[in-house]
Design a protein around this ligand. Structure first.
Ligand code: ATP
Ligand code: MG
Length: 139
């Protein structure tokens, strides 16, 4: 399995609920190494740029308002097969469909306020890591 880097965000709902520590504990228990981290409060424009692929969808306005509503913890995680494995640890977008034990099953409030973000493929991981950590090595 290749060593990869992926981008995760502990979203404003989970930060406000004081779940940063719980979620990092699960990342580390799953053999992810934190190689970069920033606590941010995104502007609406930064949230729109990050989720630009979703511009035009019905949930875009509400999603970007939510993502800019409070502090979020952005991290680069490294590990074997990190991109796909993080998505498994996160669980389905909608917590109602997320498998037991996944982060979204445990911590998400709704399909929008769903606690964590994770890059979904190597090209999006590269874009998203560069969005928050310009200059960092991608692998
Ligand atoms: P993320 O990109 O945040 O890791 P994801 O890849 O599981 O999530 P996407 O389809 O990329 O899901 O959607 C991005 C985010 O937009 C979701 O995590 C969620 O916060 C929000 N979202 C997606 N679909 C809906 C929806 N139908 N209604 C409300 N919010 C939604
Ligand atoms: Mg996504």
């Amino acid at each position: 399995m290749p060593i990869e880097r992926t981008l995760t965000i502990i979203k404003p709902d989970a930060v406000a609920a004081r779940h940063i520590g719980d979620i990092i504990k699960i990342f580390e228990a799953n053999q992810f190494t934190i190689v970069a981290a920033r606590l941010v409060h995104l502007t609406k424009e930064e949230a729109e740029g990050f989720y630009a692929v979703h511009r035009g969808k019905g949930f875009f306005e509400s999603l970007t308002r939510f993502m800019s509503s409070g502090s979020a913890l952005v991290m680069v995680l490294e590990g074997e097969n990190a991109i796909a494995r993080l998505r498994e640890v996160m669980g389905a977008t909608n917590p109602a469909h997320a498998a037991p034990g996944t982060l979204r099953k445990i911590y998400a409030e709704s399909i929008e306020r769903n606690a964590v973000h994770g890059s979904d493929a190597p090209d999006t991981a590269a874009y998203e890591i560069g969005y928050f950590f310009p200059g960092i090595e991608l692998v």
